[in-house]
Design a protein. Structure first.
Length: 315
């Protein structure tokens, strides 16, 4: 029996794995439980012995394989593993329960398509940020409010694992989490800082954006910040374009490779499509100006000045 656990709610996915292990251990013990967290560390003989062979002494086996099929970000040559699994999937006996657990698989690969064809799929996904909020608010009822959770989501770029870890940390000393608790004790990471900038940028809060950009430049260069802003604005432009063409959320997610950021599809911003397009084209033009030495200077402060000028003009 083959199962595929997947979806952008990585926390729920992990909790489901824990639940399955607990139930199996209570019923059958740990002799026939195998949990593989890095498939590349195991040779084919070990995998055949544990996945394909039946147990002589125990009726059931549970084999959990995490992070496989690989996500699109994995660069290692895994052709050998793909050939191996394509060959053995049809040979797995009914009494062997094999769970492939991966939040962000590369859906273009042959092995993913084969597993999806044979497996019972359990999809742990949020369609949008509202689903994420409902999930967390249900889990921490009376412990964190809607407004405070919005702040934490922005701080952690809607990464559920980080959000829950920070809620648990704050609840060690607090009965209920306030906005002040978050601002004093939780440090936004660089990616989350940029997410907050983009969020405010698309909501046309230019004064806040200009302030946040200067704060973020204490940690990264203006060029790295620019590239990240450009990538996020481009994503938003494509999302809005596809929505106007009546693409479904799942089609947009797969086409743009949004994976755990699929919640962005459901977000609504103050900026209009024409304004967004102009902002993107002006940011692209800035890249050309830099490459052809058409800026007033070549220092980071000059580049920052050009970005600020675009924000003030276009918002």
């Amino acid at each position: 029996m083959i199962y595929l656990f997947t979806g952008n709610n990585s926390f729920a996915l992990t909790e489901e794995i824990k639940k399955w292990k607990k139930v199996f251990l209570e019923k059958y013990g740990d002799f026939n439980l195998v949990h593989i967290k890095d498939i590349l560390l195991f040779d084919t003989h070990f995998l055949v012995e544990n996945i394909v062979w039946s147990s002589l002494f125990w009726w059931k086996k549970l084999i959990i394989i995490e992070d496989y099929p690989f996500s699109p970000e994995v660069k290692e040559d895994n052709s050998e593993k793909e050939i191996f699994f394509l060959d053995i999937l049809d040979k797995i006996p009914e009494e062997n329960i094999v769970v492939f657990a991966v939040a962000n698989p590369d859906k273009r690969t042959k092995i993913y398509k084969k597993i999806q064809e044979l497996a019972q799929v359990k999809d742990f996904s949020f369609d949008d940020e509202n689903d994420l909020k409902k999930f967390i608010l249900k889990r921490y009822e009376w412990k964190i409010g809607n407004f405070e959770l919005d702040v934490l989501i922005r701080y952690k770029s809607a990464n559920i694992q980080k959000i829950i870890a920070d809620i648990e940390k704050l609840l060690l000393t607090k009965e209920k989490i306030t906005k002040d608790d978050i601002e004093k004790n939780i440090v936004p990471e660089i990616e989350e800082n940029i997410f907050m900038i983009v969020d405010n940028l698309l909501n046309k809060r230019k004064d806040i954006v200009l302030k946040e950009i200067k704060n973020t430049l204490n940690f990264i260069s203006i060029y790295a910040l620019y590239n990240s802003l450009l990538g996020n604005i481009r994503n938003r432009l494509y999302i809005d374009m596809f929505k106007s063409l009546h693409f479904s959320p799942s089609e947009i997610k797969d086409y743009l490779g949004l994976w755990n950021k699929a919640f962005l599809i459901g977000k609504v911003y103050q900026i209009q499509f024409d304004e967004l397009k102009k902002l993107y084209l002006d940011m692209i033009e800035l890249d050309k100006k830099m490459k052809f030495w058409k800026m007033i200077g070549s220092e980071e402060v000059d580049f920052l000045y050009e970005i600020e000028k675009i924000i003030i003009k276009d918002l």
